[in-house]
Ligand binder design. Structure first.
Ligand SMILES: NC(=O)c1ccc[n+]([C@@H]2O[C@H](COP(=O)([O-])OP(=O)(O)OC[C@H]3O[C@@H](n4cnc5c(N)ncnc54)[C@H](O)[C@@H]3O)[C@@H](O)[C@H]2O)c1
Ligand SMILES: [Zn+2]
Ligand SMILES: [Zn+2]
Length: 390
């Protein structure tokens, strides 16, 4: 089968690899109809997080079941299914509590796993014609319709981008009336903003510097903040003041909720062209109001092979702890407990209340992966979210 593999820093290739096969009785093999490229793939593409050449990339699959293991009971050949990024067994003590990203059985010696992801288990990726899905009864989420129909892009966003956007709003405790600032206008930030909107947030600001991404934030109903025009924290405080705060609430002139949808490769605002992994948390500490909440969905890695700043190879950051303590801010981190949200968000799509496909800008065949990765990595050509259709 054809697959997209990591071939070295900023190089992916489309090569022939052995077909995905059933390996365990609980497996299925899925023929992939859509497979999205993610900002997480870029951390590997940039040579930062230790991907080995030859790794089949991709963790956002949608497809049709082609082969079924003897122990699989809940899905069958021909079913159209979406598979959450972070695979899980479905029954261990963490999965049973809905904490599937911390599954204790999918990565012996560790917890949690993902397809095509350095350091997250030996599972081949989904940017390929076929994908082996273990624990298929747990990991295959059925969706109706036919491949290529008008919900294809909405359903593939259920594998990761929409659930992670939603997860960020859960970590940050968004609820009706919230004021929200999202840093990062990639698919994750945009879908965090969109999820906030679905939850009834009153004001939503989205910070980035890429014009097409800021335009998309506005199209979705958020207020775009271009950080090239000055300190985004001050810009948001100024906008909040213009709208007027009730008397006595001046100390609440920031936002109640802050979301990090950027991660460790954040641009350093004071030194354009350089990264600063502590940029977002330091901005959020200044912006979030007393008693506010922060949700961190952007990835931070314990192993950065080429850290932008000396001393940052192991993910240790200088964080304005005292400010966060004084304000009584709560912080939630981490990978999405996909299965908790996948079905709920699928049903929002089916009810016509959510169209996460709004962030998809590009489509291609597997052969187009090298060019799409290059453009996406440079945040160029208007690429926000690209979907491969093998
Ligand atoms: N927690 C999870 O389960 C999970 C799942 C998927 C993705 N992620 C992570 O979420 C992050 C975003 O993913 P994506 O696909 O949207 O990636 P992306 O690379 O498309 O988007 C990141 C955006 O951040 C912007 N940015 C960089 N520095 C900034 C700064 N200082 N201030 C504001 N914006 C800044 C970039 O311009 C870019 O538009 C990545 O770190 C990815 O690995 C986490
Ligand atoms: Zn992803
Ligand atoms: Zn489990």
């Amino acid at each position: 089968m054809k697959a997209v593999v990591y071939a070295g820093v900023r190089t992916v290739k489309v090569v022939d690899v052995p077909d995905a096969e059933l390996e365990q009785p609980a497996d299925v093999v899925v023929r992939i109809t859509s497979s999205a490229i993610c900002g997480t793939d870029l951390h590997m593409y940039d040579g930062r997080t230790g991907a080995e050449p030859g790794l089949v990339l991709g963790h956002e699959p949608l497809g049709v079941i082609e082969q079924v293991g003897s122990a699989v009971e809940m899905v069958k050949r021909g079913d159209r299914v979406v598979m959450p990024t972070h695979l899980y067994c479905g029954v261990c003590v963490n999965c049973a509590r809905g904490l599937s990203a911390a599954c204790l059985r999918v990565r012996p010696g560790g917890f949690g796993a993902a397809y095509g992801y350095a350091g997250m288990g030996a599972y081949r990726g989904a940017q390929a014609e076929l994908l082996r899905v273990p624990y298929a009864d747990a990991n295959c989420v059925p969706v109706p319709g036919e491949p290529g129909d008008d919900l294809e892009d909405d359903f593939v966003m259920l594998a990761d981008a929409f659930v992670t956007g939603w997860h960020a709003t859960e970590l940050a405790q968004v609820f009706p009336g919230s004021t929200v600032a999202v840093f990062g206008a990639g698919a994750i930030g945009l879908l965090s903003a969109y999820s906030s909107l679905l939850k009834g947030a009153a004001e939503i600001y989205v910070v980035d510097q890429v014009p097409e991404r800021l335009d998309k934030a506005a199209e979705l109903g958020a207020t775009p903040i271009d950080y090239r025009r000055g300190d985004p924290v001050q810009q948001i405080r100024d906008l909040r003041r213009v709208r007027g705060l009730p008397i006595g609430e001046e100390a609440m002139g920031g936002v109640k909720i802050g979301i990090d949808a950027v991660g460790f490769q954040a641009c350093d605002r004071s030194t354009p062209g350089q990264e600063n992994p502590a940029q977002i948390v330091s901005d959020l500490a200044r912006l979030v109001d007393p008693t506010g909440h922060i949700g961190i969905a952007g990835v931070y890695t314990e192993k950065d092979l080429h850290p932008a700043l000396e001393g940052h190879a192991n993910g240790r950051l200088t964080v304005p702890w005292a400010t966060l303590f004084a304000k009584g801010v709560s912080i939630g981190f981490g990978r999405t407990h996909d299965r908790r949200y996948t079905v709920l968000l699928r049903d929002l799509v089916l009810a016509g209340r959510a169209r996460p496909s709004a962030v998809v800008t590009h489509h291609g065949r597997l052969e187009d992966a090298p060019e799409l990765y290059r453009a996406f990595d440079q945040r160029a050509g208007g690429v926000i979210k690209a979907v491969l259709r093998p």
